[in-house]
Design a protein around this ligand. Structure first.
Ligand code: GRF
Length: 208
């Protein structure tokens, strides 16, 4: 049984999609050991409670410094001995130490086709740039912002005159499916980390 730990800060729709996929046995041999949030009263917390998933809240605002918060977060996560950590709308950049403690065992979902539009407001960035296609990406986290090895991507066509809100909802529908598939692949041991042909970065090979 893979031990999944979810980090979230907000609405929690990706978290819910993961819960439901486990319940439907679309993700096999996995269970969620805990949700950790960095603020009180999130949608994610609400879903955890409904589904009897332990919740740990580590409120960012209660720590005297960023460093103290990240130390507390890492200590808490370690207690659960997770096999896979899932960022699902978690609004903090993880510390270097955190990333190094769980190499290629932290996934994130991002609402653009990386490496385009990393960082905040990816959907707005896409609209403002005027691209005709955007989408979502599941990747392993590394020490950069949205730079880690890409696991899966799904393209979404952007209709004419599309607003940021409309694009966000078109992409979100795909996020829920894509994240579940990436977690399935991890749990089936089908993700292999290899060197890119130019040796400049690690990339993910999906095994049959
Ligand atoms: C999603 O758009 C995800 O790609 C981004 O943050 C948002 C989280 O949404 N990282 P939700 O909390 O899962 O509903």
């Amino acid at each position: 049984m893979a031990r999944l730990l979810v980090l979230a800060s907000g609405r929690g729709s990706n978290f819910l999609a993961i819960i439901e996929a486990i319940q439907k046995n679309e993700i096999k041999n996995a269970h969620i050991v805990s949700l950790i949030t960095d603020r009180e009263n999130t949608g994610a917390e609400h879903y955890a409670k409904i589904h009897n998933i332990p919740v740990k809240i580590i409120p960012y605002s209660r720590y005297s410094s960023k460093e103290e918060f990240h130390k507390a977060l890492l200590e808490e996560v370690k207690k659960f001995s997770p096999d896979l950590i899932l960022g699902a709308g978690f609004m903090r950049i993880l510390s270097k130490e955190f990333i190094q403690t769980f190499p290629f065992r932290i996934m994130n979902i991002h609402p653009s086709l990386l490496p385009a539009f990393p960082g905040l407001n990816a959907q707005r960035q896409a609209i403002e740039y005027g691209v005709k296609v955007s989408g979502c990406t599941v990747h392993f986290m590394d020490e950069g912002v949205d730079t880690g090895p890409i696991i899966l991507q799904k393209a979404v066509e952007i209709p004419e005159n599309c607003t940021e809100e409309e694009l966000s909802s078109l992409i979100l529908k795909e996020e829920h499916k894509l994240y579940v598939r990436a977690i399935q692949l991890f749990c089936e041991n089908k993700l292999k980390i290899i060197d890119s042909p130019n040796q400049k970065r690690k990339i993910v090979q999906i095994l049959n």
